[in-house]
Structures are given as C-alpha cells and as structure tokens.
Design a protein around this ligand. Structure first.
Ligand code: PLP
Length: 356
C-alpha cells in the first residue's frame, strides 16, 4: 500500500509539560495516527488527526475477548536537535509477527514505518530534549467489529499515540528489588508469551501487585511447566553474568523477542564476551550467588533500556547482586545504547532512523 497519509491538524494545541516534570505514560500529544481494516477493503484511510477518544460500540470484540496487539518504541531528540527512532524496523517486524499469532491481518511494513515517522514529525515539538527523556510511541491494533461470537473479527482499528516520557522507574538507574514468582505463571510454550499482546499483561498483574505490597519493584517469572527456569523480569527481558559467561533465556516461545535484548546481545558479542542464550534454572542462579560468581543481573526493555537488579528474593532468601549497585557491564550497555539513541555515539549498525 502506498496510500498517502491524510493529515488533519488540531486547532487547539495542548500545553506541553516541562521536561523535568515528565513521568511515564501520563500525557499524550496533540495528534494520533489511525487506519481502518475491513475484509473487503483491507487496511484503508491512513490518517493523522487530532488526539481524541475512540467511539466504540459496547459489543466491540476487543473489549470482550482481547484480540489486540501493541508495540512500544521511542523517538529521541539528540544534542544536535535531530529526532531519531531506535530500530523501528525490528518493531515493524515484531508487530506483524504478533498480528499473525493474534489472527489480526498484517499491515504493510512501509505503512507502519511511515505511520510512526509522519506522526512524530507532526508532533515534533513534543519530543523532549532533557537527558533521559524521549517520546514514547505506542502503536496498537484492536478488533473493532461489534459482535459477541468467538472468532477473529472482520474489522480492525490500527492507531498510534505518542507520550513524552521521563525515566520509567522514578529511581532511574537505581537497582531494583525483584521477587522470584513460583506460584503464578505468565506464559507457557505454545501460548501467547512471544506475542506483544494485552493478555500477557493482564496475566501478570496479580503477582506483580502482591510483590509490590511486599516492597519489591518487580517480579522474575519462572517457566510455566517446571517453575524453575528463569524467563522474564516483569515485562522486560532478563540477563545475568556468572563468572565470565553472560546468560539470557532463549527465544523458545514463552518470552518476548525484545529489541533491547537483541541490541545488548549484538554489542556484547562485539565486545568479545561469552554470551549464551540458554535455559538457566533459578537454583543455578542462587548457587552462583552463594559461590560468589553471580556478578551482575539486569533487565532490558525499551522503557528503561537497562535496569540493574540489586536484589533477588526466592523462597524466603534474599540475594544481593553486585552489592546492590549497578555493575560495570550493565552501565556499559546502558551508556552505549543511550549514546546511539541520542546520536551522541557512532551508530555502526544503522540502528537509528532520522525523522526529518
Ligand atoms: C515489550 C516487552 C519486552 C521488551 O522488549 P523491547 O523491544 O526491548 O522493548 C520484554 N518482555 C515483554 C513481555 C514485553 O512486552
């Protein structure tokens, strides 16, 4: 589809918060992108219009059976004033992979990319410039057909909204306290774990709330069958360094193929580190901590980039990782990725795409 994107600008611009007041996901920009799907027409009428509530019939399929997907990526304003998206192609590919799993019709990859660059360009004044701030891009597809039968819908809505954001965790790069969850599961092989879809988030809330009440920042999920292999931290990927080996769970269907995960793996392999994508049990992690070989643990994701783990709690035991402080490798990954995102460091892999 090479459809032109129709642009309708708002006549009432909102007030923008100051960079230092930005939290995560609380304010939205002046415009949104929208396209519709009908069986006879395919995806049609791509457009940018003023940000506004959606009018949905109470019978709309997504509200009942959750047929939906989303993505999350960011636009950064560099010191040079230019705006960059980080690895948008990877997000485009993942959006359509999730679409297939959710029985949602694929969207032309070129249209998806243009929906992001066009919308960010229209709202470019909203891209903050303070260090650590960015413009979060949230593409979403929902089954919009009003009907109450269980089958894939025949109508869909693809929309994109933008939110200027500060740090994901108010404590910034401060190490998190993580509770290992062995009573609840997030995903099983063959399920939706590798899809970026709302059901995974709904499934994760109860355990995360319990952990928060106990004073933890996040949870570490174990696999859904044996309850022993580590999988993901909250809604981010998990990595750790034991001795000279960096380990992260493999993409076997239960965890999301994070773009930040991939970026960290590429960088660490370039740096000559021994990197294994392999299963690892929580017992191996605990034993390594007891032997003193567990050096660092961290989570990766678009929202926080690198989030160091300072403490792991499992079966009543509390393990402090790297003295509760950020480790050298976590810091190096953070600095390198953030440097590329803001155009402050060379970008040898052409990970960034300029919005101009
Ligand atoms: C989005 C997400 C991640 C992180 O992926 P990135 O592409 O690095 O942002 C990890 N796990 C889950 C479940 C996610 O939804």
């Amino acid at each position: 589809m090479t459809d032109a994107i129709r642009i309708t600008r708002t006549s009432r611009r909102k007030e923008r918060p100051r960079d230092q007041d930005l939290a995560f996901g609380t304010v939205f920009t002046d415009h949104m992108f929208v396209a519709d799907f009908q069986e006879e027409k395919g995806w049609y009428d791509p457009r940018v219009e003023p940000y506004a509530p959606l009018a949905l019939d109470p019978a709309t399929a997504v509200l009942h059976y959750g047929q939906s997907l989303f993505e999350g990526l960011k636009a950064f304003r560099g010191k040079d004033g230019r705006i960059r998206l980080f690895r948008p192609q990877k997000h485009v590919e993942r959006l359509n992979r999730t679409a297939r799993r959710m029985c949602i019709p694929a969207i032309d990859p070129d249209l998806i990319l243009r929906s992001w660059t066009t919308l960010v360009d229209v709202d470019r004044d909203w891209v903050p410039s303070a260090v650590g701030t960015s413009l979060y891009i949230r593409p979403t597809v929902i089954a919009s057909e009003p009907f109450l039968g269980v089958r894939p819908a025949k109508e869909y809505l693809y929309y994109v909204i933008l939110s200027p954001v500060g740090p994901y965790y108010p404590e910034g790069l401060a190490p998190t306290r993580i509770k290992v969850i062995d009573q609840y599961v997030r995903a099983v092989a063959g399920g939706l774990g590798e899809a970026k879809t709302s059901a995974n988030y709904a499934a994760s809330l109860y355990a995360a709330e319990e952990a928060k009440h106990e004073g933890f920042t996040q949870v570490l999920w174990l696999d859904g069958v044996h309850h022993k292999y580590v999988e993901e931290v909250g809604t981010s990927n998990f990595m750790l360094k034991i001795g000279d080996e960096v380990i992260t769970p493999p993409l076997h269907g239960t965890i999301l193929a994070g773009v930040t995960r991939d970026s960290a793996l590429v960088l660490m392999r370039e740096w000559g580190l021994r990197v294994s994508e392999r299963q690892i049990t929580i017992d191996e992690v605990i034993e390594a901590a007891h032997r003193g070989t567990l050096q660092e643990a961290w989570a990766t994701g678009t929202a926080a980039v690198i989030s160091p783990v300072g403490e792991l709690a499992y079966k009543g035991e509390r393990i402090v990782v790297h003295g509760g402080k950020i480790g050298e490798l976590s810091q190096r990954l953070y600095d390198t990725i953030v440097g590329i995102q803001y155009g402050a460091a060379p970008d040898p892999h052409h990970w960034t795409v300029l919005v101009e």
